[in-house]
Structure formats: C-alpha cells, structure tokens
Ligand binder design. Sequence first.
Ligand SMILES: [Zn+2]
Length: 117
Amino acid sequence: MHELPITQRLLEMVLEVARKHGNQRVRVVHLVIGEMTGYVDEAVQFYFDILSRGTLAEGARLRIHREPGQARCLSCGHTFPVAPPLPLGCPQCKSPRLEITGGDACRLEAVELDDTP
Ligand SMILES: [Zn+2]
C-alpha cells in the first residue's frame, strides 16, 4: 500500500496538465515505474481509480511501462542490471558497496487528453 502517496502525487500532476489544456478530460496516462521501486501496477491503478473519482481524470486508463533496475559498484565502477532483492555484492569484485542508479523512480511520461467535445 506504499503506492498510495506516489499515486496521489501522479494524479496531481495529471490534473495540472488537464487544467492547463482548458480542463480537458484525461483519457490515458503513461507512467514509467522502475523495477526497484517495488510498486505493483495493479495497486497504482486501484488507487488511481479511487483518487480520481469526480476529477477530470476519472475513468482514465493507466499505461504502465516498467523500467529495469540498474546498479553500480562503488568499488570498481562496474554497472549491471538488477532486480529486487538487491544482490549482496558486485558480480565482478564481490564488493558490497553498491548504489542503485536506475529503476528506482516512478514518473509521469505523458498524458493523453480527450479533445473531442
Ligand atoms: Zn565491483
């Protein structure tokens, strides 16, 4: 249920776009969700449906694109793909000093508005 605050923020951004375009209704919302966030697509859609009731985004469909996780070793600089749970060490030098460099965020990519009257 940690999808709730992020969905709330995304909805605010979506509504901001709709308002800037003359209060058009929102048809499709394109999101990018990183694999390392742990967010579940269905949960984001679930909260979006509830939160968007009575707004310009009510009934909008979410198109969710998953972004693969990536990590970098702080010891040898090796960059490699990861998926949760994070590995205990670098596959190249076994150092545990890893930094997540990709797939740890969730962002709004595009909003499709209904411009038919
Ligand atoms: Zn390494």
